[in-house]
Design a protein around this ligand. Structure first.
Ligand SMILES: [Zn+2]
Length: 212
């Protein structure tokens, strides 16, 4: 597991990259990494930080309840989501973006409770996936403002979809994770690519079916 300074440098770098790629504009999105499991300690980006200028000093260390143990300021408002993913999946790192495609697709597929992605070579970038024939189910969860309250429900959804590498929050964005920071960053890239591919394809089919 990484030391705090190493995690802070990595998380601030993937946060800036996510901004550059249009996935975490303004202060949106947050990124975390587990520093130790007993007791649980996690590095996570500070609340309200502009991701275009994210610096290692804007990363905090929190305990298993989300209380700050190192650094200045408040942790992300969605710290409870990161902690729920770490508990449910044993994840070593979590990435969260508010990208255009994750936001749009979470709306379009909300009634189905998720969306399936299958047949794309890029699926092999997800841990444990060895063939493009894989069918990835991306659950969609309701958006709320109190995630501490919603954490047990979220852990229930993760338990019902043990193969999922990420989930969408309705009209909000994408969460993904990995065994370590590198894997979480890779899953973020892969899922953002797949969501954009699925979204663009559906938009094209819609235009062909309903020509102007
Ligand atoms: Zn968010």
């Amino acid at each position: 597991m990484p030391a705090f300074t190493e995690a802070a440098a990595f998380l601030s770098r993937i946060g800036r990259q996510a901004h550059t790629r249009g996935w975490a504009l303004g202060t949106s999105g947050n990124f975390s990494a587990v520093l130790s499991t007993e007791p649980l300690r996690m590095a996570i980006t500070r609340s309200g930080m502009d991701k275009s200028r994210l610096e290692p000093e804007q990363v905090l260390e929190v305990d298993e309840r989300g209380a700050v143990v190192q650094g200045e300021g408040r942790p992300s408002a969605e710290t409870a989501v990161h902690l729920a993913i770490v508990r449910a999946r044993g994840a070593g790192a979590v990435a969260h973006t508010h990208s255009t495609w994750s936001t749009l697709l979470s709306d379009v597929h909300a009634a189905a409770g998720g969306l399936a992605i299958e047949g794309y070579e890029m699926l092999k970038g997800l841990s444990g996936v060895t063939t493009h024939v894989h069918r990835e189910w991306v659950p969609i969860v309701e958006n709320v403002q109190d995630w501490e309250d919603a954490a047990p429900r979220l852990e229930g959804i993760l338990a019902r979809h043990p193969g999922a590498h990420g989930f969408l929050i309705h009209r909000h964005g994408l969460y993904t994770w990995g065994a370590d920071m590198e894997e979480a960053a890779r899953h973020l890239e892969v899922l953002e690519f797949l969501l954009e591919a699925v979204g663009r394809k559906a938009g094209r089919e819609w235009e062909q079916a309903w020509p102007r």
